[in-house]
Design a protein around this ligand. Structure first.
Ligand code: M6R
Length: 366
């Protein structure tokens, strides 16, 4: 059942080239330049006219929502807020007709997310569900939606569901943008091509497994980890830190790289591994300066960079090269080494990575 892998988590990490392909299949046709989203067709025009979009989710799905916020604002020019479902529900939020709520949930059964959308629906908002489990409660409660088609995820740590969420949320953003006319025909086509190529690029990134394992071995005894990224890669840093916490019980924090100088930099010394997602994008030059700030304080830098990068490698203690991609789809690829890092550290420390302590696969209590 684990398909020859030691754990479900590793099997699911390695399934990603296929699951990403499955999440796009029948929807995206880059050759023809078309995008079909059956589950939102009726609502496409309404979505494009939304005053604002509120994304509600928990955990890893919330991280996918944070990336979607940047993508939707960039491509659709609609204001987006991302809320922890539990916070959104209990603070009497201003929500009503004309608002669109996107609920992101692997299981479709997360109680916090479910009650949040129930109350928003009662107040007249339109609910769009992005779920993995077909027929789940959140999917049934939604007016419209798109399944992620990642297949059953058994490992408690979400991996393949996350990358499928990112792929589908990109499709939704592109669909709204084309309906609205807020993206040029050329950029639209370019992003279809980029999305189509992500599956192969993820397969390439998975070949780094041995290299990541060696890095895991080097840093497995660290007491704390810091994860940094900017822009589209900032939520990837949060996700990397969450994976490490869940699987290896090492304290880890994710931060926007530039925010470091406003506090967390006080933690940096020669014992602190700092994982920096620094792929080539519009934030790149700034991230290079953030790396210099860490090295000046003797932090250990583990950098995730784009193939061909010659600037960061001489500055970093360890480097992982990932295939180059448009910044909008880059998180789908840059998260792969972070999933592998958490997995290997957890296994090297002797923990049950498929069933980490204190956690359940689906959290059905508020
Ligand atoms: O099923 P959901 O996507 O709604 O679950 C949300 C979180 O409980 C989930 O992502 C959790 O944070 C995972 N254990 C992360 O690996």
């Amino acid at each position: 059942e684990k398909g020859g892998y030691d754990h479900f988590m590793l099997k699911e990490i390695f399934e990603q080239p296929q699951t990403i392909f499955d999440s796009l299949r029948g929807r995206l046709d880059a050759k023809k330049g078309t995008l079909t989203m059956g589950g939102i067709r009726e609502y496409a025009e309404m979505l494009s006219k939304a005053n604002r979009i509120i994304i509600v989710a928990c955990g890893t799905s919330w991280h996918a929502g944070l990336i979607a916020e940047y993508v939707i604002e960039e491509l659709c020019r609609i204001p987006v807020e991302v809320e922890y479902a539990s916070e959104f529900r209990y603070r009497n939020p201003v929500v009503g007709p004309g608002d669109v709520i996107i609920a992101v949930s692997q299981s479709g059964e997360t109680a916090d997310t479910l009650v949040a959308i129930e109350s928003a629906k009662e107040k007249g908002a339109i609910i769009l569900g992005i779920c993995n489990v077909v027929g789940s409660s959140i999917a049934r409660l939604s007016h419209a939606g798109a399944y992620t088609h990642a297949g059953p995820e058994i490992g408690v740590a979400s991996t393949k569901a996350f990358t499928a969420q990112l792929a589908v949320l990109c499709l939704v953003a592109l669909k709204i943008a084309s309906e609205k006319g807020s993206v040029s025909a050329q950029r639209f086509q370019h992003l279809l091509d980029e999305l189509e190529q992500t599956s192969d690029k993820v397969a390439t990134a998975l070949k780094l497994d041995d290299q990541v394992k060696a890095i895991a071995d080097k840093y497995k005894d660290a007491r704390d980890f810091l994860y940094l990224g900017r822009g589209y890669n900032f939520p990837v840093a949060l996700e990397g830190a969450l994976k490490l916490k869940e699987i290896s019980y090492i304290h880890a924090e994710g931060y926007p790289a530039a925010e470091m100088k406003h506090g967390p930099i006080a933690l940096v010394d020669e014992n602190l591994p700092v994982v920096i997602v620094a792929t080539k994008d519009s934030y790149y030059e700034k991230v290079v300066s953030n790396i210099q700030e860490i090295k000046a304080r003797k932090g250990k830098v583990i950098a995730i960079v784009t193939e061909g990068d010659q600037t960061i490698p001489p500055m970093a203690d360890d480097v992982i090269f990932v295939p180059s991609a448009d910044e909008i789809v880059a998180p789908i690829i840059s998260v792969i080494p972070l999933q592998l890092l958490a997995y290997h550290i957890g296994v090297l420390k002797g923990f049950d990575v498929d069933k980490p302590r204190n956690l359940a696969k689906s959290v059905t209590v508020e």
